[in-house]
Design a protein around this ligand. Structure first.
Ligand SMILES: Nc1ncnc2c1ncn2[C@@H]1O[C@H](COP(=O)(O)OP(=O)(O)OP(=O)(O)O)[C@@H](O)[C@H]1O
Length: 269
């Protein structure tokens, strides 16, 4: 569904920001892209959605090479929620914001109304369609921006720091949305600095360090290998540290931790 083949990219000729990036990803995967500030994560997202073109190598999205497919056509296959996506909002109502993409796709009438209602429900604003996006709180506004991309039902979803600054309720909504997208077969790629979020939600981790892919691992394998987390400059998720400190099997989610802890208590150890 997504193939990145030996991609190199430079903003300034001779100083590559990314080199030899090579990976593929499939339907229904949730892939986190992690690494230090300036590692090239956002640049990689822009290579995936065709805003940037590789200097070398190739990116193939849903069967289409980004080098010979216009960005607006790629957008039907790969939806992007950029950092601070509330700045992308430009409609006077939440409904208008959500409707914009599907209308461009030719949806109208009842089908459009149904699509809007479904998205409003998923972002937790079922009765707020007529409100101005600036009249709701910042977390809800962020979810409106996510909803405006979801409304186009792209088979690949790119999320750049989607969790940043969300309150607890909005964070839970976002996590539910990611789980629902995974269940419906969407490939979700997310850039994220919150390792607890990555541990809870990602199936797989791609780490960038000094412009190269320093790891491409299942989430549990990545976080239990300190050489990999140190190379990427990321923290070990709290729940994993706690489980290891207590001598439990490595746990990536609070639910897994509770189960492991209770199993040990019942076992009397
Ligand atoms: N438009 C640009 N022109 C020149 N250099 C840039 C540009 N955008 C980013 N860079 C540089 O490219 C490198 C990678 O930046 P990028 O934003 O992709 O990193 P990142 O991993 O997303 O960082 P962060 O976690 O801070 O968002 C950095 O050294 C950055 O300064």
């Amino acid at each position: 569904m997504l193939a990145v083949e030996n991609v190199t990219f430079a903003y300034v000729e001779g100083s590559p920001v990314l080199s030899g990036i090579d990976f593929s990803a499939s339907k229904g995967e949730v892939v986190a892209i992690v690494g230090r500030n300036g590692a090239g994560k956002s640049t990689l997202l822009r290579l995936l959605n065709g805003l940037y073109q590789p200097a070398e190598g190739r990116v193939v999205v849903d069967g289409l090479s980004t080098s010979d497919t216009p960005v607006h056509e790629l957008a039907q296959h790969i939806g992007t929620v950029f950092q601070a996506p509330e700045q992308q909002i430009f409609n006077a109502t939440i409904r208008g914001e959500i409707a914009f993409g599907p209308k461009q796709q030719g949806l109208s009438g009842e089908a459009l109304d149904k699509r809007i209602a479904e998205v409003l429900q998923r972002i937790g604003l079922p009765d707020s369609g007529d409100e101005h996006p600036l009249d709701i709180d910042a977390s809800a506004r962020r979810l409106v921006a996510v909803g405006s991309v979801l409304a186009m039902q792209p088979p690949i979803l790119l999320l750049d720091e989607p969790q940043r600054g969300l309150d607890k309720a909005a964070m839970q909504r976002l996590e539910t949305i990611i789980a629902e997208e995974k269940a419906r077969g969407t490939l979700v790629l997310l850039v994220c600095h919150d390792m607890d979020f990555v541990a809870r939600r990602a199936d797989r981790v791609l780490a960038l360090a000094r412009g190269v892919l320093s790891a491409d691992k299942l989430t549990a394998e990545f976080f239990t290998d300190t050489a990999l987390t140190e190379a990427a400059g990321v923290e070990t998720p709290d729940v994993l540290s706690l489980s290891l400190d207590l001598g439990l099997p490595p746990c990536l989610t609070p639910t897994a931790f509770t189960q492991a802890y209770m199993t040990r208590r019942v076992g009397g150890t």
